[in-house]
Write a protein that binds this ligand. Structure first.
Ligand code: ADP
Ligand code: MG
Length: 345
């Protein structure tokens, strides 16, 4: 059930330097088997308890094969299924979509509606215009206002898509689908299924600071830290139950600086500009896709729209840290957090 959204708690700017989120556990119990791999431009870490090394290795190989396929098929700027779909949309043609990608895009469309449009999986053109799809780019500068206005005039939105079975058409050629704001949630859900099928019952899977807990962490509940935005330490921690995901969106991981300003990779669909004013947003939920989309939407909506978004998305556990270091959180989240830094002093 949803809790009443609401209370604002304040924390000093000095304490909460500025940015984002989730990380791993303070002091885990009996040593887990730990495996790492690089995927989706980030580090994936699997910690597993009560499983022999060979089983963990086999499970990791299954995950890696899935990730390699999805890096190609779910990333708009790779050379796979989603790139082909976006190319068809740009030509004004229908596209054939596989069942898993269709499920992801339909989920994303539903979450766009529920997030009052702040989560928008159709901003690929804007992301390209800003250049966030090329993290290594040199001499970065913001695009011309007229170019942003032109893309916004096409009203990019998943609401412009129509499905005829597995065939997708867009009412405008001027949008590109980018499920990046929900993909890690979907990957965590898939990973949990695969780990369960591989006989791993106690694990934490961590996709660049976004985590999903399966079972228990060495005989006790997993303790998940919420990272201080932009820092290396945790602001607070909570005990996560089996099946819960802890997802964080922040302005401190992928961004450009120009003329003393920071431009982060999450875009406000209304302005076409990077979201501003919020350093990080963390959501805990049993549905990793909801948690992922919600964290992205909360980063856009910031303090001004926090209560409204929490209610619209039906979130129990949400927290944001503003750029000035204030913390907003739901009462249920406040009830679960163990603060490592006193937010009041
Ligand atoms: P990350 O996946 O980097 O951990 P997010 O879940 O917040 O963080 O997703 C950010 C990505 O989502 C961006 O890199 C971009 O691909 C896409 N995106 C940017 N702005 C939005 C938005 N308003 N709604 C949905 N997706 C967005
Ligand atoms: Mg997200």
């Amino acid at each position: 059930m949803r809790s009443k959204p609401g209370t604002a708690e304040r924390a000093p700017a000095a304490l909460l330097a500025a940015l984002l989120v989730a990380a791993c556990a303070p002091a885990a119990p009996p040593d887990p088997e730990v495996r790492e791999l690089a995927a989706f431009g980030t580090l994936v870490t699997l910690r597993a308890w009560n499983a022999p090394a060979a089983r963990v290795d086999a499970a990791l190989a299954t995950l890696e094969a899935d990730y390699r396929r999805l890096e190609r098929d779910w990333y708009p700027w790779a050379d796979g299924e989603l790139a082909a779909i976006n190319a068809a949309i740009a030509r004004g043609e229908p596209a054939a979509v596989s069942a898993p990608l269709r499920a992801l895009l339909e989920r994303a469309a539903g979450l766009e509606r529920r997030s009052l449009g702040l989560f928008n999986p159709a901003l690929g053109r804007l992301t390209e215009l800003w250049g966030f799809h090329e993290p290594g780019r040199q001499d970065w500068r913001p695009p011309a206002a007229a170019a942003i206005a032109e893309l916004l005039a096409a009203r990019p939105s998943a609401a412009r898509l129509a499905w005829d079975g597995a065939r997708l058409t867009s009412t405008t050629p001027e949008l590109a689908l980018d499920p990046g704001g929900i993909a890690k949630g979907a990957l965590l859900a898939r990973s949990a299924e695969r780990l369960g099928a591989a006989g791993i019952d106690d694990a934490i899977i961590d996709l660049g600071g976004n985590l999903l807990v399966i079972g228990r962490a060495g005989g006790r509940a997993a303790r998940i830290g919420i990272r201080r935005p932009g820092g290396r330490d945790a602001l607070a921690w909570l005990e996560a139950e089996s099946g819960e995901a802890v997802m964080t969106s922040g302005d401190y991981e992928r961004y450009f600086e120009h003329a003393g300003r920071r431009y982060a990779h999450v875009l406000d669909p209304a302005s076409g500009h990077p979201a501003e004013g919020t350093a990080s947003a963390t959501v805990v939920a049993r549905d990793p896709l909801l948690a992922d989309a919600a964290a992205t939407a909360l980063l856009v909506g910031g303090s001004a729209r926090f209560d409204e978004l929490v209610a619209a998305l039906g979130l129990d556990y949400a927290l944001i840290v503003t750029a000035s270091g204030d913390v907003r959180l739901t009462p249920a989240m406040a009830g679960r957090l163990h603060w490592l830094s006193d937010p009041v002093n």
